[in-house]
Ligand binder design. Sequence first.
Ligand SMILES: [Zn+2]
Ligand SMILES: [Zn+2]
Length: 423
Amino acid sequence: MQDTVRVIPLGGVNEVGKNMIAIEYGDEIIIADCGLAFPEDDMLGVDLLIPDITYLRQTPKKVVGYVISHGHEDHIGGLAYILREINAPVWATPLTCGLIEVKLKDSRLLGEMELHTFRDGDTVQVGGFTVEPFTVSHSIPDAVGLAITCPAGTVVYTGDFKFDQTPADGRRSNFARIAAIGGRGVLALLSDCVHVETEGHTPSEQVVTETFRKVFARAEGRIIIATFASLIARVQQAITVAEEYGRKVAVVGRSLEKNVAIALELGYLRASPGTLVTPQQLSQEDGGRAVLIVTGSQGEPTSVLNRIANQDHRYVKLRKGDTVIVSATPIPGNETAVSRIINSLFKQGANVIYSSIERVHVSGHASSEELLLMLNLTNPKYAVPIHGETRHLVRYKQLAISAGMPPEHVVIPENGGVMEFGP
Ligand SMILES: [Zn+2]
Ligand SMILES: [Zn+2]
């Protein structure tokens, strides 16, 4: 028996996207997340990027399972490609399982794989590893962090998180369980760090709900809300406020429609009967006061918002007096496309509201104080920032040192680099 555990990021560090971490003890490997990334502007001809699994290919039998933190593409998108080569059981929470099933159905892998459900409070055995998922707040429901224990100790993988005390779906982070895991002793904390540059606390989703109320109260015509297809929390906020103001809601955009259907079916989205209608169902009079939730907050060329702005959407035509809310912050690189759309919407007589003028978006990631709270609750011997570019990793290291971590106990990881931790 060796008394060390090896942690090997295969993607997701010194970059944002394609998160995947191998945790190896003895002759077993457990994988935390399996995501994809979208190409940069200069990667011509590249559709998407997946983690480099060369290391796993050498000994595919070692992999005892995948444990997944939440249903965003940068955490589940690689499964459809990587499971073909490294097939092992996958564990995830119910909503995440639903989203994974859709992906695997698309790639016809569904029959050949083993998908298991776990939830906050469970303790599951994956090979020789004991895995304890704990609820964390994020911009998609049913997100968990994972405590993964082997004889060498416990590794805590936070997944993407923030500590929202008033989340849109009412599911707060499980502070008690995180503290209990910390109390037992944590060898290494692998922490989300992408929002470390923002000081203090990330505002609660409740802030966005309040802005929606303000906008809904003064809007005369229709309200069109553009957001990420995976931002189920934002869809819930729009539905909740629409119901308060007696407006009907239609969801437009293939990816968004799919995600909303799964979330409704599994109970992660709530709407009163009659609130949600198809865009075609909107009668003339309802149509004048309808709320449309659409894709395209990042200016994507094929998105509904871009088509509306270009006046070439099949059935959604902008009317004078419509209010358009762009409920997201442009990801670096997308600013020009988003700005072009906003200009075009204004030109057509819409009232456009976006993140630099009103609080219509909050991040799903922890700011510095929340990162410190996670660090102090888990009280690890070693800390490793993940899910960030180099600048975020370095800033996290400085932050952890400021909270008393010895500098040599905070490790800046590299994709493919091996970290070995022992008591
Ligand atoms: Zn995420
Ligand atoms: Zn992520």
